[in-house]
Design a protein around this ligand. Sequence first.
Ligand code: PBG
Length: 292
Amino acid sequence: MYPLFVCEGTNVRVEVPSMPGVFKLSVDEAVKETEAALKDGVRSILLFGVPDSKDDSGSAAWAPENPVQVAIRTLKEKLPQVILASDVCLCGYTSHGHCGVIVDDEIANDVTVEQLVRIAISHAEAGADIIAPSDMMDGRVKAIRQALDNQGYDNVAIMSYTAKYCSAFYGPFRDAANSSPSFGDRRTHQMDPANTEEALKEVALDLEEGADIIMIKPAGPYLDVIARVKAEFMCPTAAYQVSGEYAMLKAASQNGWLEESSALLESLLAIKRAGANIIITYYAREAARLLR
Ligand code: PBG
């Protein structure tokens, strides 16, 4: 699965400095990129929005004219064969960069879940196949599942970022999405890197709440978690090779210190060997070409 950052405007294709080869794309460019990816052999896309305007509650996230919603509609119309997943979170849309609504200096879980449901429904309305909540609020999978079912979107799947660790490897992504928190960090809701038990507990909860696919993130540094989750639950499991993992491989390759194609394939093979059924990676196009 290939992640794409969609921004406003037309003819926009701006490289992310800390992720050479990854671009912020306006919808028209995202269509071209998806078309090229499909030719390479990629079959699914994960969309992230990079809006021009942000506010305290992240309200642009559920606007029908937000770049992600427009991208979903346009891609579904022009390239109906592509499987479209969409990231559901507030951090790219809030002025403070947190994944939720702030009340009294804290992220308010239940208010945030209501907003996430609105985002999820707006993506489903636009035509998303898979809703991917990445916020890590409690109870959001259940709330999103109920709302989707009530509104006739029972065929829309949920890929939950279940075991999302509080990781240093998200740095380059936050550059791309302009989503670094302006105060504090994400330790209150992302998981402690030292803890495996919590991941298993979260998987059990998410499956009970109705998740179709559970995700572990980052991937490479957490292969043991992927393997344990897969062994205990045998459920569809996705792993996200995140921006920092990509940036490391890319930087070393650009310096001539690693041979890029064999290193990237080996990194993905390891994730697959650990048990992932779906791998989300910025190297999706290269990998698909190399594997053809
Ligand atoms: C948003 C989100 C993040 C990533 C995916 N969704 C960043 C974060 O938690 O700050 C990271 C992806 C990557 O690093 O490639 N909640």
